[in-house]
Write a protein that binds this ligand. Structure first.
Ligand SMILES: NC(=O)c1ccc[n+]([C@@H]2O[C@H](COP(=O)([O-])OP(=O)(O)OC[C@H]3O[C@@H](n4cnc5c(N)ncnc54)[C@H](OP(=O)(O)O)[C@@H]3O)[C@@H](O)[C@H]2O)c1
Length: 312
C-alpha cells in the first residue's frame, strides 16, 4: 500500500489526492467480466493511494455508479472522498426524451435531463441508492453541454436546488462539471460553488481560454478538479499527432516521459486539487501513478511555454 500527496480544499476540511479515479471508462464494459475489471481498477487505485473517486448517473446509465459503489462500500467513508452528479436522471420506463451521446452500454435505463428542484433531489438520492453508499462528499451539476437548454435550466433551477441540498447538509460540497471556459464562467460568476470539475477544458492538450477561469477559482477559493487529461482517449488519436510530435521532442530533450507531462500539467496551478482520470485497463493504474511521481524539471515547462504548447 502506498500513499499519494493530498491537497486541502481552501474552505473545507477535505483532502484530495493529487490523482483521482473516474468511473466513466467502464461504461463500455459489459457483463460480469466488466464488473471484475472495474473492481480490479478500483482496488489497484486504492492500493496505489488514490482516495478521491468520481461517478455519475449518466455513465453507463447507472452501471458505473454500481461498480464504483461495489468497490468502495467496505472502505471507511472517512478514508476517501466521493463525488456524483445531478442533472441527468435515469428512467426505468423509458419516459421522456433520453440523451445518450457518449455511452453505448445502457443497462436498460434512459438518461433524462432534469434540472427541476425535484429532479435534482431525486438524481442525488437515487445515485446514492445505486452506489449502495448513503453519502457523497460532492455533487456536481452535469450534462450542461449534452442536454438541450441544459445550461439555462441549470442556471435557473438546477443550481438553486443543488445549493439547497448543501444547505440541508445532505452534501458537503457542490460544483459544476464544465468542459469549456464559457460554461465554467457562467456558473462561477453567479453561484457560490465549492468546486469546478473542469473536464477536458484544462488539459495539456487543450487549455485555451482557461486562464481567466483558473484565476477566478483562485480568487474565490474554489477548488479545481482537472478531469480528462487524455481527453477520454482522443489524446492518442491521429488528430493530435502534430501536438504530440512537438511535445515528444521536448520530452526527449528533457528526459521526461510523455504521460508524466500530461498527468502533471494541471497540478502546477495552485487552485487545482486533483487530476481526475479514468481507465478500463488495470495495467494503466500503475502507469498513471508512475507518471504522477516522475520528476519534471522546471525548465521543461519553460520550454513548453517557449514552444507555445503552454498557454499560460
Ligand atoms: N462533465 C463532467 O462532469 C465530466 C466530463 C468528462 C469526464 N469527467 C470525469 O473525469 C473522469 C476522467 O475522464 P475521462 O474518462 O475522459 O478520462 P481520461 O483519463 O482523459 O481518458 C481515458 C482514456 O485514456 C486512456 N488511458 C488512461 N490511463 C492511461 C495511461 N496511463 N496510458 C495510456 N492511456 C491511458 C484510457 O484507455 P484505457 O481505458 O485503455 O486505459 C481511456 O481511453 C471521468 O471518468 C469522469 O469521472 C467528468
Amino acid at each position: 500500500m502506498t500513499s499519494l500527496s493530498k491537497r486541502k480544499h481552501p474552505r473545507h476540511d477535505a483532502w484530495f489526492t493529487e490523482l483521482s479515479l473516474g468511473a466513466a471508462s467502464w461504461s463500455g464494459l459489459g457483463g460480469a467480466e466488466g464488473d471484475q475489471i472495474a473492481a480490479k481498477v478500483v482496488e489497484d487505485a486504492w492500493d496505489a493511494g488514490v482516495r478521491y473517486f468520481d461517478t455519475a448517473p449518466y455513465y453507463g446509465s447507472g452501471l458505473c455508479e454500481r461498480r464504483l459503489g461495489t468497490g468502495l462500500v467496505w472502505k471507511a467513508p472517512s478514508d476517501f472522498l466521493l463525488s456524483t452528479k445531478v442533472g441527468i436522471n435515469l428512467d426505468p420506463f423509458g419516459r421522456g426524451a433520453s440523451v445518450n451521446r457518449h455511452y453505448r452500454h445502457h443497462a436498460g435505463f434512459a438518461p433524462i435531463c432534469d434540472y427541476s428542484e425535484s429532479g435534482i433531489r431525486q438524481s442525488f438520492e437515487t445515485s446514492l441508492h445505486r452506489m449502495g453508499i448513503p453519502s457523497a462528499d460532492i455533487a456536481y451539476m452535469h450534462g450542461l453541454s449534452i442536454c438541450d437548454g441544459g445550461i439555462e435550466a441549470a442556471l435557473e433551477t438546477g443550481m438553486p436546488a443543488l445549493l439547497r441540498l448543501r444547505e440541508a447538509g445532505h452534501v458537503r460540497m457542490v460544483g459544476v462539471g464544465a468542459n469549456t471556459p464559457a460554461i465554467a464562467m457562467a456558473f462561477l460568476e453567479r453561484y457560490d460553488i465549492d468546486l469546478l470539475l473542469f473536464a477536458g477544458g484544462f488539459s495539456l492538450m487543450d487549455h485555451k481560454g482557461a486562464e481567466a477561469v483558473i484565476a477566478a477559482c483562485s480568487n474565490r477559493d474554489i477548488g479545481v478538479i482537472a478531469a480528462s487529461p487524455f481527453a477520454s482517449g482522443r489524446y492518442f488519436l491521429d488528430e493530435n499527432t502534430a501536438f504530440r510530435g512537438r511535445l515528444q521532442s521536448l520530452c526527449t530533450a528533457f528526459g521526461v516521459p510523455e504521460n508524466a507531462a500530461v498527468i502533471q500539467f494541471a497540478l502546477r496551478y495552485p487552485p487545482v486539487l486533483s487530476v481526475l482520470w479514468s481507465t478500463k485497463n488495470p495495467a494503466n493504474v500503475a502507469r498513471t501513478v508512475a507518471a504522477l511521481h516522475e520528476h519534471i524539471p522546471v525548465g521543461f515547462w519553460d520550454a513548453l511555454r517557449d514552444d507555445k504548447l503552454l498557454g499560460f
